[in-house]
Design a protein around this ligand. Structure first.
Ligand code: GAL
Length: 517
């Protein structure tokens, strides 16, 4: 009965005699939205910006993009950032997560060429946020490496640890007093798609080696930036910020929702997110022992003298331990993991080189527009329970969570998912989780990497064909605004006079190029 109740929140709340409908999000719980530079800025070669690995990838391989749209212009936020901040005000969010494009501020990646116009752009955006009392959550690296650094090996060259620290120093010096939350790196598991496959730039297929080297270097780059911040910036009177790393933490369950643990499942979790959490949040530090063992075993069988997962030295382990003020959690969906008899390696969501399991999703789960993303609200709640248990109630900030649809303003599925997942957050807060806030992905439709504009994640719809990249609030934007304002998860919320609010407004919006919620 209890397992059944965990999967159905209504039942769960009833069996525990607790009415989530009356439960308020605490007053210090933060609500925000998220974007990233490549996905929204456009102006890919304007005002001195250098080429990024994504610019190079989509220009040399346009065939990888689903619908022909890429980040050259994106939503043109380089020019329309004031409209973006206006939308944040319309929603009533208290923080905005965006990323800085490394090649926009350091065109060749190194600090010997600083692009003042690029730095000025982020100053303008930050000043606009400050003007309206919206806290800035700034990601330093969200997948868009300067191409010049890639030519030097990118994340597989250990020199990048120093290059990243140099870049971090430029950002701390310039924006240290304007930022409330720093995220060093978004989702280091991108290594498995970027250096172990061709789903993400630079699409270098060095599976089983390049991916692990990338992971090690990203983790050390993160730690160096944290230690720099801790030593030279944190205690300054004008600085009031926390620093973390955003990790993709989806949920992985046994196919029968069994709560019993099994080795494959736990190993898959370790490969998927333990690789980035264990070095920082566990008592012992280092990469998870189970991952080390699995890669070492295979490497030996392949006749290698060392594990393909590079070792961390005692000094590196120490530097990484506790090198974050909170866990940045990007959560979207859930997968079933079970042992495979056939030796078929995992296909979803990443094909990890050293684990043979079958990864699947239930056809009972609500599909989104993205093949990998199904609506499984209980998964968010269970992953929070898991983090509490394994890492002893760490502070957690949900730095991404969202849903994709087709174009269109009536995004009922997004509202339903926002409602259900948010109920999970209330349950988790009730359990005593140290949950700092929720950051919805995304403020508006944007370039969903190789999916182009074919998967819409926005609370605001973007008309990519219009020169103004017109942004129009979806019904979910109204729902989120209501949730932020009321601080409850409202079951009964309906947008009054929906037709009036949306269809008629749409005409007005298209005529005026923008509207208020
Ligand atoms: C995340 C990524 C975002 C966005 C989102 C939706 O993994 O950080 O940039 O693309 O997925 O797929």
């Amino acid at each position: 009965m209890k397992i059944f109740c965990v999967t159905l929140f209504f039942c769960f709340s009833q069996s525990y005699g607790w009415d989530y409908k009356k439960k308020l999000f605490p007053s210090d719980f933060r609500f925000g939205v998220s974007t990233s530079a490549y996905q929204i800025e456009g102006a890919w070669d304007e005002d001195g910006k250098g080429e990024s690995i994504w610019d190079r990838y989509v220009h040399t391989h346009p065939e990888v993009i689903a619908d022909g749209w890429n980040g050259d212009n994106a939503t043109d936020s380089y020019h329309l950032y004031k409209r973006d901040v206006e939308m944040l005000r319309e929603l009533g969010v208290d923080h905005y997560r965006f990323s800085i494009s490394w090649p926009r501020v350091l065109p060749n990646g190194h600090i010997n060429t600083i692009n003042e116009k690029g730095l000025q752009y982020y100053d303008n955006l930050l000043d606009e946020l400050i003007k309206y009392n919206i806290a800035a959550m700034v990601t330093m690296y969200h997948f868009d490496l300067p191409q010049r650094l890639q030519d030097l090996g990118g994340w597989t060259n250990p020199e990048i640890i120093q290059w990243f620290e140099d870049y971090a120093r430029v950002l701390f010096d310039r924006y240290g007093h304007k930022v409330k939350y720093w995220i060093t790196i978004n989702q280091p598991d991108v290594c498995f798609d970027a250096y172990g496959g061709n789903k993400m730039a630079p699409a270098v297929d060095l599976k089983g080696t390049g991916d692990y080297v990338c992971v090690k270097n990203m983790m050390l780059a993160h730690a160096r930036a944290y230690r720099l911040f801790e030593k030279e910036y944190k205690s300054r009177s004008e600085v009031n910020a926390k620093l973390g790393l955003s990790v993709s933490i989806n949920w992985f369950d046994a196919p029968d929702y069994s709560t019993s643990e099994n080795e494959e499942l736990e190993l898959y979790r370790a490969f998927s997110f333990g690789l980035y959490l264990h070095p920082i949040w566990s008592e012992s530090g280092d990469f998870p022992p189970s991952v080390k063992k699995a890669v070492a075993k295979n490497s030996k069988a392949e006749g290698l003298s060392k594990s393909r997962l590079p070792e961390l030295t005692a000094e590196e382990i120490k530097m990484l331990k506790k090198s974050a003020d909170f866990i940045g959690m990007n959560h979207y969906t859930t997968f079933f993991v079970n042992k495979t008899e056939s030796g078929v390696r995992s296909g979803l969501p990443y094909s990890f080189p050293d684990i043979e399991v079958h990864v699947s999703q239930s056809d009972k789960w609500l599909p989104s527009k993205s093949a990998w993303l199904k609506g499984v609200p209980y998964g968010l709640y269970k992953s929070l329970l898991y983090l509490n248990r394994v890492y002893n109630r760490p502070p957690i900030f949900i730095t991404e969570h969202g849903w994709s649809t087709d174009p269109g303003l009536h995004d009922t599925s997004r509202i339903n998912m926002m409602r259900e997942y948010s109920r999970g957050l209330l349950f988790s807060l009730e359990d005593g989780t140290d949950l700092l806030g929720l950051t919805v992905w995304s403020l508006m439709d944007n370039i969903e990497w190789t999916a182009g504009t074919s998967e819409r994640f926005g609370l605001y719809e973007v008309d990519f064909d219009s020169p103004e990249k017109t942004r129009i609030p979806r019904v979910s934007a109204h729902y989120y605004k209501h949730m932020i304002h009321s601080r409850i998860v409202d079951e009964d919320w309906k947008l009054k006079n929906l037709d009036m609010s949306i269809s008629n407004r749409r005409q007005k919006i298209l005529a005026n190029k923008k509207t208020e919620l």
